[in-house]
Design a protein around this ligand. Structure first.
Ligand code: URA
Length: 275
């Protein structure tokens, strides 16, 4: 029976509520049955995935090479993916190179569910850098971090201390949108961490602001955003030590406007540190 358009719409709404936001295939599959889906044979001109060029780190797709293997290789283990990420991130000599390397990196499964890489916004080399958690739906659409509702609040917070996006640099711990905006898993975070660490090193800011607990935990190893926001911590970029401050995430401030008072105090401390 062909479902009515209302039934189809209700079903789609149900899927969206449940966090399903990506169509994977035409045919329904019982994912709990344990049967592996048959891998489709790649087209003759498909780029090789992973490890094809011995000058590149494992996990990096080389492109344009003739396809030899009939099926894609199994995904790397988490440890192998973290190692590959470290090696790949280290090999980037500039932010442009890092972006290109990340775009080819196949070691993080989040990439498969995202529309595009969300690398950064703002001006490389800015004195002030913000690092959030992960792109949401709007960021995934536009390919830029913090452009949804919480990003608009971040813009207003910047304006309050006389700044705008062109005077700062903004990125996220994880550069691909997690499906349904879920929190990135610890493994996904660990795989992406070498890239954001290298991005900070290459941007070389004087002040790093970790936006929200996930970013603060990943970069500063600190738990407890309420207790630690507005405090300064040392952060080693790899070439020098800079000052880092955790701040409340704008998404939290939208839900709990009472926190804006604290965020305002933190923005003033950042302004003072820059002056
Ligand atoms: N929240 C984040 O942490 N990052 C974004 O880019 C958008 C929302």
């Amino acid at each position: 029976m062909i479902p009515s358009s209302k039934t189809a719409r209700d079903l789609l709404a149900f899927y969206a509520e449940a966090g399903v936001d990506t169509a994977i295939g035409e045919d329904a599959k019982d994912w709990l049955s344990g049967d592996e889906p048959k891998a489709a044979a790649p087209p003759a001109t498909a780029p090789r995935v992973g490890g094809g060029d011995s000058t590149l780190a494992p996990g990096i797709r080389t492109g344009n090479a003739p396809a030899k293997a009939p099926a894609a290789p199994p995904p790397p283990t988490p440890d192998a993916a973290v190692m590959a990420a470290r090696e790949a991130a280290r090999s980037a000599a500039s932010l442009d190179e890092l972006r290109a390397i990340l775009d080819r990196f196949e070691g993080c499964s989040l990439k498969g569910g995202a529309s595009r890489l969300v690398f950064a916004d703002g001006t490389p080399g800015s004195r002030l850098m913000f690092v959030g958690e992960a792109p949401g739906a709007e960021e995934d659409k536009q390919g830029l971090p913090f452009v949804g509702r919480s990003g608009q609040l971040l813009d207003r917070m910047l304006a309050a201390i006389g700044l705008d996006r062109t005077k700062v640099y903004i990125a996220n711990i994880v550069p691909w949108r997690p499906p349904g905006n879920r929190t990135p898993t610890p493994v996904e975070t660990q795989i992406c961490l070498p890239f954001i660490q290298r991005q900070i090193e290459l941007c070389n800011p004087e002040i790093l602001v970790t936006v929200g607990q996930p970013s603060t935990g990943a970069l500063l190893g600190i738990q407890g955003i309420m207790k630690n926001r507005g405090r300064w911590f040392p952060y080693r970029t790899g070439t020098r030590e800079i000052r880092a401050m955790p701040m409340l995430h704008p998404a939290y401030l939208l839900r709990s406007p009472i926190g804006k008072r604290l965020a305002w105090r933190d923005m003033l401390a950042i302004k003072k540190a820059l002056s």
